[in-house]
Write a protein that binds this ligand. Structure first.
Ligand code: ZN
Length: 221
């Protein structure tokens, strides 16, 4: 299997994970991952149902969103993914969904307040709002980059739209999208029960530092 075939399979499987985790309806949503050359990325084709996706349908684009390999049109969100890769060197995975609870917060134009230890761990603070932007130019990508470059969070709630997440890999960005929807749901239910008390910043900082550096198995094993 060539390296391009291997990454097509990885990205095809990660796109199917969006459906498996209940983050997407019909053909909405997409995952991309940067190739090892740093100058191109693999993304889902536009309008193909998740059950029908195959690795050979994946599209490879350059960082301007121009198709390099593939017979199908790339996702309609390709320009946003390309903008993010152009402006954030460390990002190798991008996910976009309209997952219900997170998109509800985005539509209510409310950041999700950091009031769960799981949020301190994963997001290191509130999950922020990004600007409203229409598809068709660099506005969405710019809104994601401008919001996330000054935040611990790797998820942003784009106003009246949905979620973008970023990560060191495609799977890291998918994990963040899953966790974002999970805490969005819990916080929605909590908000229905009464006023929310946000965690203290000092506690959030401790949670975030521990989870990012200590949680899980020792790194040298
Ligand atoms: Zn969208």
């Amino acid at each position: 299997m060539s390296s391009s075939a291997a990454i097509r399979k990885v990205v095809s499987d990660l796109n199917k994970d969006l459906q498996r985790y209940g983050l997407v309806a019909w053909t909405a949503g997409n995952v991309s991952q940067r190739l090892a050359d740093g100058k191109s990325f693999v993304i889902k084709p536009s309008g193909v149902k998740y059950d029908d996706l195959t690795p050979d349908q994946m599209v490879i684009c350059d960082l301007d969103g121009k198709v390099l390999e593939g017979t199908l049109s790339p996702s309609s969100d390709t320009a946003a993914h390309a903008y993010i890769y152009r402006h954030m060197d460390w990002v190798n995975g991008v996910v976009h969904t309209h997952s219900n609870y997170a998109s509800a917060w985005a539509t209510a134009q409310k950041p999700i307040p950091c009031a769960l230890t799981a949020m301190g761990d994963e997001f290191g603070g509130d999950i922020p709002l990004g600007p409203f932007a229409l598809i068709g130019n660099d506005d969405i990508g710019k809104g994601v980059v401008e919001t996330l470059k000054s935040s611990n969070s790797r998820a942003v709630l784009m106003i009246n739209h949905g979620v973008f997440t970023i990560g060191e890999s495609g799977i890291a960005a998918v994990k963040t999208a899953v966790m974002c929807e999970d805490v969005a749901k819990t916080m929605y239910i909590a908000a229905a029960l009464g006023p929310i008390k946000r965690l203290e910043d000092s506690d959030i900082n401790q949670l975030f530092a521990r989870y990012q550096n200590v949680y899980g198995q020792p790194k040298d094993k």
